[in-house]
Design a protein around this ligand. Structure first.
Ligand code: MG
Length: 156
């Protein structure tokens, strides 16, 4: 067994499209990023790469590379799981926590799970996604950005 963890955070900006876990979430603000800013998928990619001993997301998809400008992060996730499977590792499960003061994410968790289960080629019961706030504390609590934490277990 191999375990991996990943963390990502991005700042809010006015306008744009908020995408979390591949799901477009209606909100007046989106996340500042070179890509689509999907912190959930970025944290998950880093956890997968970490567990497989394959480095990190910035190494495989450098933010300075125009190829990844505004990229749909589900493409990065599919490429990441392909690299992990190539290493002979199988995903047992993933557990993800999204930390956001706003917007309310619970209505979108089911759709995120479906996308992740399809991209990672595992059943949805292997993917768990939780959303929490920080009770107004810190940069997340002030509504300045969103963070995500992911843990995965691989079987090699
Ligand atoms: Mg990121």
């Amino acid at each position: 067994m191999r375990i991996g963890q990943g963390i990502d955070a991005h700042a809010f900006k006015d306008g744009g499209t908020l995408v979390l876990g591949g799901v477009i979430i209606p909100h007046p603000r989106s996340l500042e990023a070179h890509s689509d800013g999907d912190v959930v998928l970025h944290a998950l990619c880093d956890a997968l790469l970490g567990a497989a001993g394959l480095g990190d997301i910035g190494q495989h998809f450098p933010s300075g590379d125009p190829a990844w400008r505004d990229v749909d992060s589900r493409i990065l996730l599919r490429r990441t799981i392909a690299m992990v499977l190539d290493e002979g590792c199988k995903l047992e499960n993933a557990d993800i926590t999204v930390v956001a003061q706003e917007p309310r994410l619970n209505p979108f968790i089911g759709a995120m799970r479906e996308y992740l289960s399809s991209d990672l080629r595992v059943s949805a019961d292997r993917i768990n996604i939780k959303a929490t706030t920080t009770e107004q504390l810190g940069f997340i609590g002030r509504g300045e950005g969103i963070a995500a934490f992911a843990v995965v277990l691989l079987d090699d």
